[in-house]
Ligand binder design. Structure first.
Ligand SMILES: [Zn+2]
Ligand SMILES: [Zn+2]
Length: 188
């Protein structure tokens, strides 16, 4: 089933030094409860996947943060699920690259590392919070990722598909050749 993606539009950080073009945004977004998001957002991360993001202004103000992959943990996950053994050098160094404005701290977007993510259409993920003045009318909280990692002190009333950590990994991540055989993405 193909998703109606938004027309391209531009969005700015709060200090307006950075302006981005958001290309092919999927309005059905995901809330992520993982530990990295809790640190970065002071709460869960609201992310809408996009085909691409282009920096229109203020590239010099963008700081990047590389989220490192825990190789030992990844190997354990693959072994526990009987998927395959994978050697350390075949595991990528990082999972995604966060881009944020160094002046005002707005979390702009992240991009998944090439060899990690299954679906190329969704490799860029824009923070939903800074899109709220873009005029988009059809944003919808569709999925909650790492639901079993959600802190106890909040919950959302929206009806979502809640994915556990394992289910999140199985749905989205392609680790080298290992997950290719298991590819069942929606093909949007
Ligand atoms: Zn800014
Ligand atoms: Zn997260």
């Amino acid at each position: 089933m193909s998703i109606q993606r938004a027309s391209n539009f531009s969005a700015e950080c709060i200090c307006k030094k950075v302006r981005l073009e958001i290309i092919g945004l999927n309005p059905n977004f995901t809330v992520c409860h993982c530990s990295t998001c809790q640190y970065l957002h002071a709460g869960p991360g609201f992310g809408a996947s996009c085909n691409d993001i282009k920096i229109l202004d203020g590239e010099e103000h963008i700081k990047k943060f590389f989220t490192k992959i825990d190789k030992k943990r990844t190997q354990r996950f693959l072994a526990e699920h009987g998927i395959a053994q994978i050697e350390e050098p075949d595991i990528p160094e990082y999972f995604s690259v966060w881009h944020f404005c160094a002046e005002c701290g707005t979390k702009l977007y992240y991009r998944f590392e090439d060899s990690v993510w299954k679906n190329k259409c969704d490799q860029y993920v824009a923070s939903v919070g800074f899109l709220h003045e873009s005029g988009l009318k059809n944003l919808k909280m569709e999925t909650e990722a790492y639901f079993d990692k959600k802190p106890y002190y909040y919950s959302f009333k929206e009806k979502t598909t809640a994915l556990s950590e394992d289910e999140t990994h199985k749905k989205y991540i392609r680790m080298s050749k290992v997950f290719d055989a298991d590819s069942n993405n929606d093909g949007d």
